[in-house]
Design a protein around this ligand. Structure first.
Ligand SMILES: Nc1ncnc2c1ncn2[C@@H]1O[C@H](COP(=O)(O)OP(=O)(O)OP(=O)(O)O)[C@@H](O)[C@H]1O
Length: 579
């Protein structure tokens, strides 16, 4: 009786009536009759390929089987108690890997839920794997959604697995020999199988691109580092060389993503990737999408073997350093020296006002050096024993960034040289808001420590002295708005005329606010936040320091605050001791 209803229903669909089932079922039924010439009354058994054919299919899918195995095992553990079987088929629909209960092996083999069965739609009729291959989408083909009467007891939920170039590579299928009647009973199976397929794509992309940048995305910060939604692999110039299917959807809405540049897609370039690495707080790793939305990003640096000593970093090897400045002769000179020192072991001291880009430069040096780990220590308030345990815990070789070295406590300053000597495979990069001469002459750092850290010294200019302010404005704006926003000439002139005591950090914040306040895509003068005004207290700090000959301890006593507060205010105001 059921068979007769089933055949009649298929006939109705062929006559142009919708069945009320999922549209991919109706479409597949029509293909079965009109394209493959199938007859729904025939009870076709499962199609099993020959032993030789099976070996060929399996050999060709070996890489995918390897990438998928651990996800499949996890998935099988989750569902084994409910009598599900798992099939991994290749892109032609042939089952090349299988997880099921051996107790039911004969029954499963008879139903085609076994190694070597061929579930392509033109052979098996409407079925999960076949419909998934044709549509490229996850599907559930439940009971009498199947075309042939032989399969109407089964429920099959299938999700596509794409390779990193966007080609369908495999189908992951989870099936039941006998299932409860409502199709909605398989919603959980659908969610499990699509998540597993996503993880297989992710594992495959990561394994194939160990020597490239990988940028992973998640809409929720909690899952960014542990279970991201999608990812792209980028070459050194920021071009997409691989992507998971979900990333293609998110970034290019199904258009070709391979070969696109990341700055065109996201308004960030390869130079910005170090800012999206794991040691940054997740909430700071926000990436703007072209459609106005935003996601969290996690950049994973290329894992290349260490460069032989003396080898230089090619300027085209990723542009991590060259992307830090436009045409400012001082910065260009500085970056070309930094570039030569990046792959060496020389410890670096980077000085400059707060917000001038010291941390960013240190990270870029690390990236260009292609060392393993990167660890940041904020020196203010860091007890010596904590510093020691963080350093001890680092896998090496690594770069150790010591931020605001002038804030190191006396005990930590005494302990640091010994720690560095004990770990020669840690390359130290220290940053300071004070000038090198202030660090030395005011005994802020013990002389021995200063020379231990200052193998080469770089002084980043404050933004008001840079000649590439226009370039930086454009670059930051592109990064913040994904290339959507532009400035009116008067807003641009106003930004070019400002002093920028907070340097690049202040510029970034001002543009951020302006993008939020602007109506539409144009930022005009009223959208710019007011520049900060110097208070009397700020003016008097410099006077007090001058009067105390820049002796911090004396200035602190005179102002009635402690030494670190004086240092903090000096940094905040961008004051510099006269040389
Ligand atoms: N060359 C650059 N191009 C674009 N943005 C930059 C550049 N350099 C720094 N920035 C941005 O400016 C902000 C401040 O940079 P960074 O943290 O490196 O400054 P800093 O000198 O280390 O500051 P502090 O001394 O206060 O820690 C960051 O948001 C950073 O991403």
């Amino acid at each position: 009786m059921i068979e007769r209803y089933h055949v009649e229903e298929i006939a109705q669909v062929l006559n142009g009536h919708a069945s009320g089932r999922d549209s991919y079922v109706d479409a597949s039924w029509r293909r079965c009759v009109e394209v493959y010439g199938m007859d729904p009354t025939r009870n076709e058994p499962a199609h099993i390929v020959t032993e030789t054919e099976f070996r060929t299919h399996r050999e060709q899918a070996e890489w995918m089987i390897g990438a998928a195995r651990s996800s499949l095992k996890t998935l099988f553990r989750q569902v084994a108690g409910q009598n599900y079987v798992l099939l991994l088929t290749d892109a032609k629909g042939v089952c090349v890997d299988f997880f099921g209960d051996d107790l039911f092996a004969d029954e499963l083999r008879g139903a085609g839920l076994y190694l070597g069965s061929n579930w392509s739609e033109d052979l098996a009729g409407t079925c999960g794997v076949g419909a998934c291959i044709v549509t490229g989408e996850p599907v559930t083909v439940h009971q009498d959604d199947h075309f042939g009467n032989a399969h109407t007891a089964l429920s099959c939920t299938s999700a596509p697995i794409y390779d990193s170039l966007g080609q369908l590579a495999a189908v992951l299928d989870i099936s039941l020999l006998r299932s409860p009647s409502p199709k909605s009973s398989q919603n959980l199976a659908m969610s499990l199988v699509t998540s597993a397929a996503r993880r297989v794509e992710m594992a495959n992309l990561m394994a194939a691109n160990r020597r490239e940048w990988v940028l992973r995305f998640s809409s929720s910060p909690e899952f960014l580092d542990v279970d991201p939604e999608c990812a792209v692999a980028l070459d050194g110039s920021g071009r997409v060389i691989g992507a998971t299917h979900a990333a293609t959807r998110m970034l290019s809405r199904e258009r070709q993503l391979i070969g696109e540049r990341i700055d065109g897609l996201l308004g960030i370039s390869v130079d910005d990737l170090p800012d999206l690495m794991r040691d940054r707080p997740t909430e700071e790793r926000v990436v703007a999408l072209g459609d106005g939305g935003a996601v969290f990003g996690h950049a994973i640096a290329p894992q290349t073997p260490r460069r032989p000593p003396g080898a230089t970093v090619s300027r085209t090897s990723g542009g991590v350093l060259t992307g830090l400045a436009g045409s400012d002769p001082g910065m260009e000179r500085l970056l070309s020296r930094v570039e030569r020192l990046a792959p060496t072991e020389v410890p670096l001291l980077i000085c400059g006002e707060s917000g001038s880009g010291k941390t960013k430069l240190a990270r870029a040096v690390h990236m260009a050096s292609r060392r393993g780990g990167f660890v940041t220590l904020d020196c203010a308030g860091m007890p010596a024993d904590e510093m020691a345990s963080v350093i001890e815990a680092q896998p090496r070789p690594a770069t150790l960034l010591l931020r605001r070295i002038e804030d190191l406590s006396e005990a930590a300053a005494l302990a640091l040289p010994g720690l560095l000597d004990a770990h020669p495979d840690l390359r130290a990069i220290a940053t300071s808001g004070l000038s090198p001469s202030a660090l030395l002459s005011h005994e802020i750092l013990p002389c021995a420590l200063y020379h231990r850290l200052a193998g080469a010294v770089f002084e980043l200019p404050p933004l008001r002295e840079r000649q590439d302010l226009g370039w930086l404005i454009e670059r930051l704006l592109r990064r913040l708005s994904g290339g959507e926003m532009r400035l009116t000439p008067s807003a641009r002139a106003e930004l070019m005329a400002r002093d920028w005591p907070g340097n690049l950090r202040e510029l970034g914040n001002v543009l951020d606010v302006a993008c939020a306040l602007a109506e539409g895509c144009v930022i005009d003068l009223p959208d710019l936040p007011e520049p900060p005004r110097a208070s009397n207290q700020e003016q008097s700090l410099e006077a007090v320091l001058d009067a105390c000959n820049w002796n911090m301890a004396r200035a602190a006593r005179r102002l009635g605050v402690n030494r670190s507060t004086v240092l903090r205010r000096i940094r905040k105001q961008g004051l510099r001791a006269p040389n």
